[in-house]
Each structure stands twice: as C-alpha cells, then as structure tokens.
Ligand binder design. Structure first.
Ligand SMILES: C[S@@+](CC[C@H](N)C(=O)[O-])C[C@H]1O[C@@H](n2cnc3c(N)ncnc32)[C@H](O)[C@@H]1O
Length: 258
C-alpha cells in the first residue's frame, strides 16, 4: 500500500475510530481520491490536514465512505421469504423476538422488518435494534421521511397502512417508528449484543476485506441464539458457513446451528 494512503488510514483511525484498512482498498481509495480532488487537494495527507481544520470536510469524508443507498423491501423476493418462511419458524419458538438491523442506513430496512412483523404481531410488541456507523443516516432514519423512489417495492396495502403522503415525501407512521431503537455502532470496532433471534445485515459486508468479513461472521454467529437467523444481502452468500456454526436454510438466510 502506498505511503500516502497508509498514513491517512492511521490518522483517520486515531481521529474517528474508523479503520479504513478493513475496507476493500481499491474501491475505497477510488471513492476518496475523487472526493479530495473535487475539493482541490492533491494528496491524502493534504486532505487529512484539511479535515483537521474544517469539520465540513470531515463530514464530506464520512458521507463519501459510508454508502447510504437503501430502499424499503430491497430485493423484494428475499423479504417474501423472510415473511413466509423465516418469521413463522422463529415465532414457533418464541413470540418475543430479539432483532437487530445492523448497518441500517436511513431506516428503510428496520422499518421493513417492522411492517412484515406487523402481519404476525401487534406493533406494540415489536422491538428492533437498528444501528449504523453514520450518525447523519441515523438522524434521517429517526425523522422517517422518504422519497417515492425508496418506496417502489412496498406492497400497496402497506403503503396505505403505514405511510402518510406529505407533498414530496412519504412519512412513516409514528407507531412503526416506535418499534425501532436507533444507535450509533461501528461493526468493525464496537462490541455486539447477544441472544438475537434475527440479525439482518445487508449490503455492507461487500465493502469489507475478506479478513474483516471472516471476523464479522464469527461475531454475528456468537450473537445469535441457537436457531437464530442471519439474513445477508443478495450478493453476500457465505461460503463455508459451517465454519462459523451457521447453516444455510434459504438463499441468503443462515441459521445458527443448535
Ligand atoms: C449500502 S448501505 C446498506 C443499508 C441497508 N442495510 C440496505 O441493505 O439497504 C451501507 C451502510 O453501512 C454503513 N456502514 C459502513 N461501514 C460501517 C461500519 N463499519 N459499521 C456500521 N455500519 C457501517 C454505512 O453507513 C451505510 O449506511
């Protein structure tokens, strides 16, 4: 790795706790190089000095490195599997499901989980922990106002039931919001809670190195109850799941071996 980027990684880690060496290098470097060039800098070193002087630059950096794209019912068919197969299976054992949406971005994912569970349980009985590294995204998630394009996959009846249309935005109902607790959490640095029935972690592992993924699968597995399920993104199959005490039960769903 070239010196300029390596030193930048070290300094960013000291300043923010974010370890860029655990993200795929070529991809991350490309994203950040185009940002610093746009801002008029010539090297990572110069850019870091700029970030030290100007908080707006730090926010621009955070915004560029966390890719917040999300939508409700992203890859809809997978959510149908969650609804038709996984949730009924989990509910046979226990009605008080402990659920974590990890790297939840602007909230579409945990709110999707809540809407699906509302077909089985009253909203007042649903509790979901939702976390992300990016505080800005979490703020947006708490507000819960979305553009039409992030609702494209939402079933019509759910749209009518749980959203209020306000000019250009769709606002998610308070009773859905109340099911979700948002927290800042760095998957690559912070401790994990335990005893989850369901962990949904989608479309973030693709940005991490193999080494980081490997250690995350171990940690997710240790955080699941026996019989609990990990739901990953549609490009994120786990090869050799059994080495993490996980077993594929549907495509993109892994159960902790009991
Ligand atoms: C592409 S979004 C995925 C959102 C949602 N899970 C989905 O599938 O639609 C990736 C999210 O991962 C978050 N992220 C990136 N690195 C992270 C880390 N180390 N810990 C926690 N979240 C992280 C970003 O802030 C971003 O919100």
């Amino acid at each position: 790795m070239e010196q300029d980027y390596r030193l930048f990684i070290e300094k960013v880690k000291r300043k923010t706790g974010i370890d860029l060496s655990l993200y795929k290098e070529t991809q991350m470097k490309r994203r950040l190089t185009s940002l610093y060039q746009k801002k008029g800098f010539h090297s990572f070193q110069e850019f870091f000095q700029g970030m030290e002087r100007d908080r707006e630059l730090l926010y621009a950096f955070l915004d560029r490195m966390t890719i917040n794209v999300s939508e409700f019912y992203r890859n809809r068919k997978r959510w149908d599997v969650l609804e038709e197969k996984i949730v009924p299976r989990l509910l046979t054992k226990n009605r008080n499901l402990k659920i974590w949406s990890a790297a939840c971005s602007t909230g579409e994912e945990p709110y999707t989980i809540a809407m699906i569970l509302s077909n089985f349980l009253p909203l007042s009985e649903i509790k979901i922990l939702a976390t992300d590294l990016d505080e800005n995204a979490i703020q947006k998630a708490k507000i819960g106002a979305y553009q039409e394009r992030s609702l494209q996959e939402v079933p019509e009846q759910m749209k009518r039931k749980f959203f209020f249309k306000d000019q250009n935005h769709y606002l998610i109902h308070e009773e859905v919001k109340r099911t979700v607790t948002f927290k800042k959490h760095n998957l690559l640095a912070d401790p994990f809670d335990k005893n989850f029935d369901l962990i949904v972690c989608r479309n973030v592992l693709i940005y991490f190195t193999e080494e980081a993924k490997n250690s995350l699968y171990k940690k997710f597995s240790a955080s699941l109850k026996p019989g609990g399920v990990l739901f990953v993104g549609s490009t994120e199959q786990i090869f050799n799941a059994s080495q993490y005490k996980l077993e594929p039960i549907e495509t993109f769903f892994y159960q902790k071996i009991e």
